[in-house]
Every structure is written in C-alpha cells, then in structure tokens.
Design a protein around this ligand. Structure first.
Ligand code: HAM
Length: 421
C-alpha cells in the first residue's frame, strides 16, 4: 500500500522546529498585550458568502484559492484569512455597542489553494490583529511601530516597510479610470491575466509579477495624485507620526494588495529576502473603513494586519531551543518499576520535568537516552536501591554520582536544579 502523505502544501511541524514557532508566537502575544490587544478565536469554517462579500469577487483569493464545499445545503469555506471572520464576530456579538474601540489579535491556520513554494503554502498560519473604532492616523502609525518592535524581538534584522494610501471608493474609481487610460494602449503587451483584469480589477495589474506587466505599469500614474484632500491629509499625518516614532518606511505609490477591502492606509513589511525570495512579504495590512458597515454592522472604521508565521520563522534568526528535561528516572530491573513510577510522579508534583524510562532496558541504554533528551540528572533505582530506600543521583554534565535517601530525593534535586539553572 502507498504510504499516506500530508496534503500538498499543508505541512507538519515537528517538535524541534516547533520550538522556533513558539518563540515567535510568544513574542507576538507579548507584544500585542503590551499594546492593549486581547486575543480572539473565531471558527476556521465560515459561510462562503462572508468571504465573497468581504474580500471581493474579482480577487484571486475568492476566484480560485478558496477551499469551499457544501455541507447540508450550506456553502462553507475554510477561512483564507482572518479579517472577515473577526468582523463577522465583532458585528454578531454587538461589540461596537459595548465599547468604542476594540483591539483584537489572533493566531491560527488559514487556507488558500495557491501553488506551493518556499514561504507559500496551502495551509499557513497567520498572526494578525484588528483595531475597530479608531479612524485616526495615529493608530495606523502605532500598528507599523508595533510590528517593527515585534520583528526586532524575533530577530528579523532587515524589515523594510512600504506604505501607500488607496483613498476612498471615489478615489479608486478615479484611479481605475486613469490606470485603464494608461494601460489600454499597451493592452496587447500585457499578460493574459492582466488583459482580463483591465476591465474588472485593473489595480491588481500593479501587483503582477509578469515582466511585461511590470514594464507596462512602471510609468503608470500614482494613486496619490487622485486622493481627496481628507485622504491626503490622513496619509500625511500617518507619515508624520511614523517619523515621530522613528519608524523607517518607503512610500510605494503602486503598492496594492490582493484583497479588495482596503481604504486609505496600506502597508507591507518585507524582510529576509535572501531566504524567502519572491515570498518575502512578512506582513500585509491596512485600513478597511467600509467593511463593518458593508457586512451589516454600524459604520465603524478599522485597520489591521496579518503576518505569515511560517515566513516569520524562516526570517527569524532565533535558534531552536535545545530539548531540556530536568530528570530522567531509570529503573533497573522490573522489580523497581513501581518505585520509579512513584518517584517520577513525586518529582513532577514538585515541578521537576521528568521522563521515566519504561522500556526495561539496560542501564547503559537508559543513560544514553537520558543524555539524548537533554536530561540534567538521572535517577537510577535497581533492586538494591529499592531494598535500601535510596536512589542513585547522577549529574549527567558533571558525571558525578551520589546515593540519596528516597525521602530526600525531591528536595535534593530541586536544590541542585536551582543551583545550576
Ligand atoms: P494577506 O496579505 O493576504 O493579508 O496575508 C498576510 C500575510 O500572510 C502575508 O504577508 C504572508 O506573510 C502570509 N501569507 C499569505 N498567503 C500565504 C500563503 N499562501 N502561504 C504562507 N503565507 C501566506 C491578509 O490576509 C489580511 N487579512 C491582512 C489584514 C488584516 N488586513 C487588515 N487586517
């Protein structure tokens, strides 16, 4: 029989690698709490219509990347991102009626049927956040600053921030028209997918990786030229706040993103390009002041971001944590197994991380295993030790050994661990 394999683009994360994920996840939770965010958990499966309405029908995500299915006549989709579900929960639980500003963060798996490559998967994890109820550009700048702090903390040395503004719906209509005017004479030279997009979603052409498209848009007009005075002022204040915070950034007037809900501020943070290549966008985010209202809630402004956890782990220069266990209990001979079991349980009860060897293996094999799992001490109990009510306590780094009365083992070991840690 063929061995079973994980679904293409969906990866196992084994414990050695997971220690690096946990560094990232803990640093993320710590940062978010420092900035007043609270964790929210929403379902992985949502009604398909939520994503179609929130993300937009003419986007790659909705057109071809969603894992959708019908269950008991109900069209459902594995979430391709976290914002739509957060907004649905925000409205459903009447959160805006209870508080004027809401700061939520989340961490969890997302699903997109993309072509897998390094840093791009079909199941991937996002660490994301949303702020509801604060329309001011100060919250936009704080979000970028928070991200730079977080990336520094996890050892991403070369984070590069790109910022842009998409203005409001009217500005985008004006800009689409300007872009169509610019690209129509070049239509024949565009890639087939951009030719198709010119009608429905011309902004996406700015995001194309096709060299012909890149060439065609290189001298396209900038959206910043058609923003309303209010949106221009918002963008200017956002930049001023970033300067005040000492946050470096580059204005990227052709920056667009693959989701249709953005208004005003848009940003991306790239990093570790040498390791990630084309998939070096670590974080994407922006303002989406219309979505809460569009999905049936009150008119509440919002801004958020999401970072790809796999990409952060690749980019982060933190080392994996070595495997560590405090004590390894090695019973020698079947008669000492009960004695060893109780000893191991007592050690754990006092907070000593303990592994018990139940294999009935030779002492040599057990000690080899104790070193392999990173144990600092081995506690050896054979028939003789059981009869005398003692344990052999072996310090595996000092290679010294002493006999300790069973009644004193827990206290002695705790003292030694505190002394060495
Ligand atoms: P996004 O740009 O689609 O934005 O994704 C955010 C980040 O998720 C990307 O920058 C990347 O690091 C990671 N990512 C996306 N797709 C994949 C993939 N197939 N494999 C690995 N990593 C991936 C959003 O999802 C928005 N919801 C962000 C947001 C929140 N905007 C406002 N609030």
């Amino acid at each position: 029989m063929e061995p079973l394999r994980a679904v293409k683009g969906m990866n196992d994360v084994l414990p050695d690698e997971l220690s690096r994920w946990q560094h990232v996840e803990l640093a993320f939770a710590r940062t978010m709490r420092l900035y007043g965010f609270r964790e929210v958990r929403t379902p992985i499966v949502e009604p398909t219509s939520l994503f179609v309405r929130a993300i937009g029908e003419a986007t790659d995500v909705v057109e071809k990347e969603m894992y959708s299915f019908v269950h008991h006549d109900e069209p459902l989709t594995l979430r391709p991102e976290g914002t739509a579900g957060a907004v649905r929960a925000f409205i459903e639980h009447k959160v805006p009626q209870a508080e004027p500003v809401t700061r939520w963060y989340y961490l969890g798996p997302m699903f997109r049927a993309e072509r897998p490559q390094r840093g791009r998967y079909r199941q991937f994890w996002q660490a994301g956040a949303e702020v509801f109820g604060d329309a001011g550009p100060a919250s936009d700048a704080e979000m970028v600053d928070l991200l730079l702090r977080f990336l520094r903390e996890i050892g991403v040395p070369d984070a590069h921030v790109l910022v842009n503004s998409l203005g409001d719906a009217a500005a985008r209509v004006r800009y689409k028209a300007a872009l169509v005017d610019h690209l129509t004479p070049k239509l024949a030279g565009l890639s087939p997918s951009s030719q198709r997009r010119l009608e429905g979603n011309p902004l996406r052409i700015l995001d194309s990786k096709d060299p012909h498209d890149i060439e065609a848009v290189s001298d396209a007009p900038s959206i910043l030229e058609v923003l309303s005075p209010e949106d221009t002022a918002h963008f200017a204040a956002f930049r001023r706040h970033l300067d005040a915070l000492g946050a470096p950034y580059e204005v990227a007037p052709r920056l667009v993103r693959g989701l249709d809900y953005y208004t005003r501020t848009l940003f991306e943070i790239k990093g570790a390009t040498a390791k990630l290549g084309a998939g070096d966008t670590l974080v994407g985010g922006g303002r989406y002041d219309g979505m809460v209202g569009d999905l049936g809630g009150p008119s509440v402004p919002a801004i958020g971001f999401a970072a790809g956890v796999e990409r952060l782990v690749i980019a982060s220069e933190l080392p994996a944590s070595p495997r560590v266990i405090d004590a390894y209990v090695a019973p020698v001979g079947d008669a000492s197994t009960d004695y060893a079991l109780v000893l191991a349980r007592d050690l754990r009860a006092s907070g000593v991380a303990t592994e018990l060897d139940g294999r009935q293996a030779s002492l040599k094999a057990q000690l080899r295993r104790a070193s392999a799992v990173g144990a600092r001490f081995a506690l050896i109990a054979g028939e003789d030790e059981v009869a005398r009510g003692v344990v052999q306590l072996k310090d595996l780094s000092a290679q010294s050994q002493e006999t300790v009365a069973r009644a004193d083992v827990v206290a002695t070991l705790r003292r030694k661990l505190e002394g060495t840690s």
